[in-house]
Design a protein around this ligand. Structure first.
Ligand SMILES: NC(=O)c1ccc[n+]([C@@H]2O[C@H](COP(=O)([O-])OP(=O)(O)OC[C@H]3O[C@@H](n4cnc5c(N)ncnc54)[C@H](O)[C@@H]3O)[C@@H](O)[C@H]2O)c1
Length: 376
């Protein structure tokens, strides 16, 4: 029976993972500072039966040292996760995401330990815009990687970048793990820095590692009160309050939504089997869904007459499209995502129905961005 330390284990993915790891006969230690942005000002957390909970900060050496005693596998989830917020809370994002990860390896490099495996929750955001095909360059399509969309392009509502070679129209295609990396936000830059730290340190220390690039994870238990991330949470709250659903850009921007249960299955598989040479895997459903489609589906499932409307507004740091090529995930873990977007959204909505209606903080979050000229 192995012992798994889950940093950020009181969060959305961590709570699902703790339960799944216990069911798979692992010993589980949850390490989390119960960040007020996620857990509120007066947080309480009840670890699942059988798990040990240590309240501690990933940036605090003594707390983390104590948590690492007797650990076989570290699943590193603790992070600040808001793309827009990361563009102005840069020091906080760097400290928690990058320095916290550096501290983990500083401890492993300088003290006796039993850790043989590290699994990192990275993000599709490391790709930035991700992969596209240009059929003007060649009819069969040439893979292209347009640069980050700048303020001028967004201001002109030129939502999709042209081919960086011929200027022709690009069509999104599934992004592979060996495609170009080009973070477009501070959050993404910190996730890429985490990846480098894990890869370099684990190789040097002889620790197996898996880097999992999650797409947009959703499902029961995701934070309904954090206005900085989680579009389904934000929209479901506004639907319940009878508020309009504003959609950025033209609504055709797309994401790959993957249910948390499928993500946890992939994390657990990598936690159970250390891969000595390290592996980087996309974890998604492998299908793009436009934000307008997702908003309309949510309204339908929640029985709401609200009509989502496009505002033409945009946020710097947002990407236009990204969906995952999941061949490697299937080849290496043998797993295929099992939960469709609609089924996952039904499960999410059934759970939302059981929750108190939180205050809507979308306008507050957007006002913070507008004040810094990060949204227009
Ligand atoms: N949810 C997604 O769609 C998604 C997508 C890509 C990547 N990820 C990554 O997956 C991981 C988990 O995401 P989540 O959705 O469960 O987020 P979450 O916000 O629900 O959970 C993160 C947890 O980390 C804890 N935490 C924050 N700062 C900490 C600190 N300084 N010390 C200790 N704990 C701290 C929080 O209290 C929280 O419980 C993150 O690394 C995130 O970057 C998530």
């Amino acid at each position: 029976m192995q012992t798994i330390l889950i940093t950020g284990g009181a969060g959305f993915i961590g709570r699902h993972l703790s339960r799944a790891a216990l069911a798979a006969n692992c010993k589980v230690v949850v390490f989390d500072n119960l960040s007020p942005q996620i857990h509120g000002e007066d947080p309480s957390f009840e670890a699942p039966a059988g798990a040990i909970f240590i309240r501690g900060d990933i940036t605090a050496r003594t707390e983390l040292e104590a948590a690492l005693d007797g650990i076989d596998t570290v699943v590193h989830l603790a992070a600040e996760t808001g793309t827009g917020q990361s563009m102005y809370e840069i020091d906080r994002y760097y400290r928690v995401n990058v320095q916290g990860t550096a501290l983990l390896f500083d401890i492993l490099a300088n003290r006796p330990h039993s850790v043989a495996n590290v699994v990192l929750a990275s993000s599709r955001s490391v790709y930035g815009e991700g992969a596209y095909l240009c059929r003007t360059c060649a009819p069969e399509g040439v893979r292209r990687f347009p640069p980050t969309r700048g303020p001028e392009q967004l201001k002109a509502h030129r939502w999709t970048a042209p081919c960086p070679v011929c200027g022709g129209r690009l069509e999104p295609t599934a992004t592979r793990e060996d495609d170009a990396l080009a973070p477009a936000s501070i959050y993404a830059a910190t996730k890429l820095a985490q990846e480098d730290l894990v890869r370099v340190a684990c190789t040097a220390l002889g620790i197996g590692h898996s880097i999992l690039r999650f797409q947009n994870v959703f499902g029961e238990g995701q934070s309904l009160s954090n206005p900085y991330t989680g579009i389904l949470s934000i929209f479901s709250t506004r639907i319940r309050l009878g508020l309009p659903l504003p959609i950025f850009e033209d609504g055709e921007e797309s994401r790959d939504f993957v249910h948390v249960e499928d993500v946890v299955a992939a994390v657990l598989r990598c936690a159970e089997r250390p891969l000595q040479d390290g592996v980087t895997l996309n974890v998604g459903r492998g299908e793009a869904a436009s934000i307008m489609h997702v908003a309309q589906l949510l309204c339908r499932i929640m029985g709401s007459n609200t009509e989502p409307h496009v505002t033409g507004e945009y946020r710097l740091g947002d990407i236009r499209h990204n969906f995952a090529n999941i061949e490697q995930l299937e080849n290496i873990t043998g797993l295929r995502p099992a939960i469709s977007l609609e089924e996952g959204m039904r499960r999410f909505c059934n759970w939302v129905d059981t929750q108190p209606i939180p205050a809507d903080l979308l306008e507050k979050a957007n006002a913070e961005l507008r004040a810094r000229k990060l949204m227009a």
